[in-house]
Design a protein around this ligand. Structure first.
Ligand code: ZN
Length: 243
C-alpha cells in the first residue's frame, strides 16, 4: 500500500493541491494534524481531508485552538489572530469533524502523533535528545510526527542508546526495517526548514520504506489569498522563505 503522509497543511489549499497532484495515485491519505490555522482556506482543506477520507487523521494544536479547546494565551499574537480568524469561518460540520480526531493513534503497525508520542499536542521533537526520550513512549517500530514543520528523521539503531537525527531530504528513502524511527514529513502549508516548497512523504507499507518529497507551488497565490483575508503580514511573508 502506498500512503500519502501529510502534516501541517495549515489551510494552504494551493500547497495541498500541488502535493496531491505531485503524489499522484495513492492507496490512502494519512494526515498528522494542523490542517487549519495560519492559512486562508481552512474549510476547503478540511473538505479535501473529508472527501479523500484521510484516515488516520489527527488533530493538532492549531486545530484545537480554532475549536476553542486550547487556551489562545499559549499562542503568539499572530498565531492567535489567525486562529481567531479561522474559528469564525469553520462550519458546524467542520468543527464536528475536527472534534472527533485524536492527537495520537496507531494504524497498520505505525504510530502517528501530531507533536510527539509522549506529548502529542505540544512537544516539538527538535533534537536527538528529545527524540531519544520519545522512543520508550511508543510500541511500534516507527512513529510519524509533525508539528515542527521541519522534515527530519530520528533513527534508533539496535543496541544504541541514543538516536541520530538528520534532515529528511527531498528524494531520500528510509528503509524502515533496519531500526526504529521517528519520521517527520515536514509541512505542506508552512515549511520552516528554509525550503519553501511544500513537503510530504510517501509510505510504502509492503517495502517498509518512506520517501521524502518537496514540490513547488504558487506561493504568490496563497499570499494573495492571505492578504485579501487580512491575515497577519508576517505569516504572509514567511511562506516565501520557508521559515
Ligand atoms: Zn503546525
Amino acid at each position: 500500500m502506498n500512503i500519502l503522509v501529510v502534516s501541517d497543511v495549515h489551510a494552504n489549499l494551493v500547497a495541498l493541491e500541488a502535493v496531491l497532484a505531485d503524489a499522484g495515485s495513492v492507496d490512502a491519505l494519512w494526515n498528522i494534524g494542523d490542517t487549519v490555522g495560519y492559512g486562508p482556506r481552512p474549510c476547503e482543506c478540511l473538505d479535501v481531508m473529508i472527501d479523500r477520507e484521510a484516515n488516520p487523521a489527527l488533530v493538532g494544536n492549531h486545530d484545537l485552538a480554532c475549536l476553542g479547546r486550547l487556551n489562545l494565551a499559549e499562542f503568539n499574537p499572530v498565531a492567535r489572530a489567525a486562529a481567531e480568524w479561522t474559528a469564525v469561518r469553520l462550519s458546524p460540520e467542520h468543527r464536528a469533524y475536527l472534534s472527533d480526531l485524536p492527537p495520537l493513534t496507531t494504524a497498520h503497525g505505525y504510530t502517528l502523533a501530531h507533536g510527539s508520542p509522549r506529548a502529542p499536542i505540544w512537544e516539538y521533537v527538535t533534537s536527538a535528545s528529545l527524540a531519544t526520550a520519545n522512543f520508550p513512549h511508543f510500541d511500534t517500530d516507527v512513529c510519524l510526527i509533525g508539528h515542527t514543520h521541519v522534515a527530519m528523521y530520528a533513527e534508533l539503531s539496535p543496541h544504541r542508546a541514543a538516536a541520530d537525527v538528520r534532515p529528511f531530504q527531498d528524494g531520500e528513502t528510509l528503509d524502515l526495517s533496519s531500526a526504529r524511527f521517528l519520521v517527520n514529513p515536514g509541512s505542506v502549508g508552512q515549511p520552516r526548514d528554509r525550503d519553501p516548497r511544500a513537503a510530504y512523504a510517501i509510505l510504502d507499507t509492503e517495502r517498509r520504506a518512506i520517501t521524502a518529497h518537496r514540490v513547488e507551488y504558487d506561493i504568490r497565490a496563497t499570499q494573495l489569498q492571505m492578504a485579501q483575508a487580512g491575515l497577519p503580514e508576517v505569516l504572509i511573508q514567511r511562506l516565501a522563505y520557508g521559515t
